[in-house]
Write a protein that binds this ligand. Sequence first.
Ligand SMILES: [Zn+2]
Length: 89
Amino acid sequence: MAEDTSLEDFLDAGDESEDEGESGTSAEDDTTEAGSEAPDAEATTDAVDPAVTTYAWSPEGAACAECGEVVERRWTQDGLLVCGACKCW
Ligand SMILES: [Zn+2]
């Protein structure tokens, strides 16, 4: 019974403090997280931001807010989603 608990504890702790020295690990953790978070967030924003804010893509098609034509891709214009023909480029 007690072995089960300690085994889980051991596995859990072993995952975090693999390098021994908990204080050193947590400090390294902070640095690693901050370092890997910056480029990661940038990459995510780069890939998602233009797609989401510029236009919306609906695989099944969605009606244009201006002419009502069902299109897969609509662009944001004045807060509305319009088709390529209605979008002022
Ligand atoms: Zn339209």
